[in-house]
Write a protein that binds this ligand. Structure first.
Ligand SMILES: Cc1cc2nc3c(=O)[nH]c(=O)nc-3n(C[C@H](O)[C@H](O)[C@H](O)COP(=O)(O)O)c2cc1C
Length: 408
């Protein structure tokens, strides 16, 4: 039994959504409904309350003080039917100016839209662009069908029938669970035969032969990922900055600077199936490394730095569709915002974000707590756990994505 959140927006097809809710309830699922103000002009919320046996989230009535968060976190899947041209555009633009939209943006489960509108509206390039952009973001679209429309014209734009929508929503839900079960059941050989490329540790940017700029990364997270991936059957290549870890892994490519890491990465990237970039690579490096030790002279000294090559960006821009790319975001503030923006900018499949301002986790600690942000808008918090257990979660989620990519 799953929790299904049904969104209703303002189109004639609203009346069909009552049948959809009944389908879900009949097949034993919990259903909650949310409606836009415009939708309420077509069908009264009382119908949906009676059918779902739950209070309807509306602009004029929020069942709990922060209903948009409560409804979003309750849902295992969310279907918006009918989805108006208006709501499709607003979701694509990230607008949240009503309760339904605020809930949608807070979802961490799959989102499905069943568009319904007049044929000219449906064929309008703006609407089509929005639909295609949403598809690319991993949002499921149940294409509108051809038929007689409420405006008495015949053409594309008719909402799919409630039983077909129900079938598709449940298959998305089951498929996800099924894939997860299958993968999790294969436990130890989850990554059997896959090439996994992992980067770990800090880089060192030399100023002169005895001085360098580095960071606090211990390499523990990257090594945990590499060793767990090996145990799960993967062919692992670990590119590591200088760390004090002794590892039984055979294929470790040691590097020093961000430049070395980039060059080594280029060699192994094309044949990797899953790439996990846990290294803390310097963003800037000295303009020039002095050949001799710099002597103490004046009271102040200026160091000129230049940007290093962005390895994650390179990987995102050059990855093939079947490669899964995972990046890390070590942040001290606005973690969610930075992580989501990194996900988009770097074209990664997953960003694992952690709060490095916390003393009990992160750099040099054996524990960590990360939130995984997925391309399709889902997110998963691991809670505080050992880096080994976090590594297992990240590898499992990467394997699920890899398998999904293969079956598409
Ligand atoms: C009688 C009537 C029928 C409508 N049917 C649709 C429709 O099927 N699809 C659609 O995208 N918009 C339709 N609209 C326009 C939407 O109701 C309008 O764009 C509204 O702003 C949508 O609000 P919402 O997306 O917040 O629910 C219809 C409007 C009226 C008056």
């Amino acid at each position: 039994m799953s929790n299904i959140l049904v969104g209703v927006t303002g189109g004639i097809a609203c009346y069909k959504t009552a049948y959809l809710v009944r389908e879900f309830v009949k097949s034993g699922h919990n259903v909650k409904v949310m409606m836009t103000k415009q939708a309420e002009k077509f069908v009264g919320y009382t119908t949906f309350e009676a059918l779902s046996q739950n209070e309807v989230l509306r602009d004029d009535y929020t069942p709990t003080p922060i209903s948009h968060i409560d409804y979003a976190s309750w849902a295992d899947i969310c279907i918006i039917a009918p989805a108006t041209a208006n709501i499709i555009g607003k979701i694509n633009a990230g607008i949240t100016d009503n309760e339904l939209l605020s809930t949608v943006i807070a979802l961490s489960c799959p989102l499905v839209l069943a568009p319904a509108m007049n044929t000219n509206m449906y064929h309008n390039p703006i609407v089509q662009e929005n639909i295609n952009a949403l598809k690319k973001k991993g949002i499921h679209i149940i294409d509108a069908e051809s038929g007689l429309l409420a405006c008495q014209t015949t053409g594309e734009g008719k909402m799919a029938e409630p039983n077909d929508i129900a079938e598709k929503v449940l298959s998305i839900l089951n498929n996800k669970e099924h894939k997860k079960d299958n993968i999790l059941n294969s436990e130890n050989n989850l990554l059997q035969g896959l090439n996994i490329l992992i980067t770990a540790g800090p880089t060192k940017e030399y100023i002169d032969p005895v001085r360098y700029i580095t960071n606090k990364s211990s390499g523990k997270m990257g090594y945990a990922l590499a060793e767990e991936a090996y145990k799960m059957g993967a062919n692992v290549t670990l590119i590591s900055g200088e760390v004090g870890i002794i590892s039984p892994l055979q294929d470790i490519q040691y590097v020093v600077s961000a430049e070395d890491m980039y060059n080594t990465f280029l060699k192994y990237f094309p044949q990797a199936d899953i790439i996990i970039m846990a290294a803390a690579v310097a963003d800037y490096t000295p303009n020039k490394m002095e050949n001799n030790k710099i002597k103490k002279k004046s009271d102040t000294m200026e160091l000129s730095l230049v940007k290093t090559k962005d390895i994650l960006l390179y990987a995102g821009e050059n990855k093939q569709n079947n490669q899964v790319l995972v990046g890390f975001a070590a942040e001290t503030d606005n973690i969610e915002e930075y992580a989501k923006s990194k996900l988009m900018k770097k074209n990664a499949d997953i960003i694992a974000a952690n709060d490095v301002s916390r003393k009990d986790i992160g750099f040099d600690s054996s524990d960590n707590e990360v939130t995984l942000y997925f391309k399709n808008g889902e997110k998963r918090n691991t809670g505080k756990q050992s880096k080994i257990d976090i590594a297992k979660i990240i590898l499992t989620e990467s394997a699920i994505l890899y398998n999904e990519n293969q079956s598409e």
